[in-house]
Structures are given as C-alpha cells and as structure tokens.
Design a protein around this ligand. Structure first.
Ligand SMILES: [Zn+2]
Length: 336
C-alpha cells in the first residue's frame, strides 16, 4: 500500500478510504496505486453540436467532396412540407420514420468534383446574407484542402439565395478564376429587373439574383434541359421548385451520381410522398412530377444520390417503397 510520509498514518488511511469510495467500482488495487493527486479535475467544456465539414470519396476517376455550408433549424416540417395534407397524416409519416414533429434541420451541402482536369463546384452556399449557422462554404473548402481561387467552374442548380448567395461577397466574386454554368430557363426567369417589384418573397430572391448572378453573366454559359456542362456532367431538367431547376447526372468510368439540388428536399417526406407539396416549390404539380421522375431514375438505375438539403453528408440511394420510394443513407460503400 502506498503511503505519504508527510501525512500522519490515520489521515492517510482516511484519504485512501475516501478515494476508494469516490472511485466507486474501480478495483481496490488499481485505486490504491493512484498517486495522491487532487480528485477533481478541470471539466472539459461542452463544445456544441458536431458539424462535419466535408466528406470525400471517389466516383470512378472523379474525386467528389461534399462540403457543409451550414444548416438552419426551422419549425415544421409541417406545413412547410405537405400543407395540402392533414397534419396528423404528415405526423404519422414522420413518426414512423423517427423524425421529430416540431423542428427540422435544413442543411446546405454544396458539392465539389475534381474531374482531373477541372475543379467544379455545384452551388455556392448562402454567403454572408442568410441564416445564422450558414455561409461556411469557403471555410469548409479550406478544411477540405481547396482555395476559392482553385475553383474552375461553378454550376448552379437554380437561383434561390441559399444556392447563389456565396457567389459574391460585397460585389466581389468569391471564386475569382471560375466560369459559370446556369440553366437558360432559370437565368431568363430570374434576371429581369422587373422582378424586384414583385411581391416580397420573389423580390428578395430577385435581389439576390441581381447581386450574385447577373454581374457574372459574361463568364456564364447557359444550358438547355439535357445539356452537357462538362464531359461526364449532364443536366436533367427538373422544373417546379423553380422554373428552370436543373439536377445533374455525373458519370466517371461507369460510376454514377445524381446531384438533385432542391428537386427533392426532405429525405423522408419528399422521397416517400413525392406529390406532397413543399412551400417553396413555385409550381407544386410540376415539382411533384419532377421529384417522381428523378426518384424513378435513381431507383431503377441504382444511382447514388446527393441532395443539397439532405442530412449531412447528404449522400445515399433510393429504393422503391410502398407507392413511392425511400432514402437509404450512405453506409461505408464510398469508403472502400
Ligand atoms: Zn435550397
């Protein structure tokens, strides 16, 4: 038994007993062999929610990195999702999928693809103009090993502020060496200045368009519905959320990934009930049809999918389920 020569024997014995009590189930020998250090150590501070910054994997010869721009916590999902349904029915679906009823997370997950020739970014995050825990794309890129100067091409799925807000900062392009790709229908809808006089929601979005996209038009190419943005990267028309929303099909050496942007937003509701409306969908019927079309493609061809608002790392697969589909989050498939 260890003893401290500076303490009277009984006091030392009492300390040992207290230590044994304090150490609870720890074996007697182990407890007694500990030195006489203070029992109370500084507590580690709570660090807040864990926020993974990026997730990287290979798709054929393409290196894909999904970067976290941030996430908003909002009220809902009902009636943001499924407003034309009975609340109980939406809640029943959520409960069956272990999803809380009062709050939901809306993450933002831009995608970077190194094709070997070019570094391509899909959507730019919120920039400095949006919700509190967002606009972290540049920070995330740096953690992932990239500088904004390295981005060669920015592909825009659609022109909502959470996708284009990070293109410029105080009037300066954030990706100074990039060229841009945007859907022609999408650009033509959002770019007229008259939209600034529209109702509040539309005007706010039109302002973001004028600030972030219109000034870059000279360096922009405009894609038709099934146009090729780059070799291996092809648009899939998926209107409804916005008039010219484009999803993308990415393929390298037979490996495939669908980047579905905001065509499908909630990983449970939008996938299991594709016809249930999302408040932000500008044409709700068309959006429902686009959702079902993309989900059918992804399920039939077993294509990996990533969505801008899926739970991070926003990656998985789609399986047929009941009358629609279900989202199967990525396991370790991409780590092998
Ligand atoms: Zn969005």
């Amino acid at each position: 038994m260890p003893s401290n020569p500076n303490l009277p024997a009984r006091r030392a014995q009492s300390l040992i007993l207290n230590r044994r009590r304090a150490l609870g189930l720890m074996g007697g020998a182990a407890a007694l062999s500990l030195p006489f250090a203070p029992l109370v150590q500084a507590k580690a501070p709570l660090l807040g929610r864990q926020n993974t910054s990026f997730y990287r994997f290979m798709l054929g010869k393409f290196e894909v990195t999904i970067v976290r721009d941030g996430a908003a916590i909002l009220s809902g999902p009902y009636p943001t999702f499924g407003a034309d349904q009975f609340e109980e029915d939406v809640h029943e679906l959520l409960t069956a999928n272990h999803v809380p009823l009062k709050k939901f997370e809306l993450p933002y997950a831009p995608v970077v693809i190194n094709t070997g020739n070019e570094l391509v970014l899909f959507d730019s995050g919120n920039g400095s103009t949006r919700r509190p825990d967002s606009g972290h794309l540049v920070e995330g890129l740096k953690l992932a090993g990239y500088t904004p100067e390295q981005i060669d091409v920015v592909i825009i799925t659609h022109c909502h502020p959470d996708h284009i807000g990070g293109l410029t900062e105080s009037g300066t392009p954030v990706f100074p060496n990039a060229r841009y790709v945007c859907g022609e229908v999408e650009y033509d809808f959002w770019s007229p200045k008259e939209l600034l006089d529209a109702d509040a929601g539309l005007a706010r979005r039109a302002r973001s368009m004028q600030e972030n996209v219109v000034p870059l038009a000279e360096k922009m190419s405009f894609l038709k519905d099934e146009g090729e943005a780059l070799p291996g990267i092809r648009a899939i028309a998926s209107p409804g959320h916005t008039p010219g929303h484009l999803a993308y099909h990415v393929e390298s050496e037979g490996q495939r990934l669908m980047i579905w942007g905001d065509a499908i937003v909630h990983y449970v509701i939008s996938v299991q009930r594709p016809e249930w409306p999302l408040a932000a969908d500008m044409d709700k019927d068309v959006a429902g049809r686009s959702r079902r079309k993309l989900l059918e493609m992804a399920a039939a061809d077993k294509i990996a999918v990533t969505g801008y608002h899926l739970p991070f790392p926003a990656l998985g697969f789609v399986e047929p389920y009941e009358d629609a589909f279900r989202f199967v989050p990525a396991g370790y498939q991409f780590n092998l």
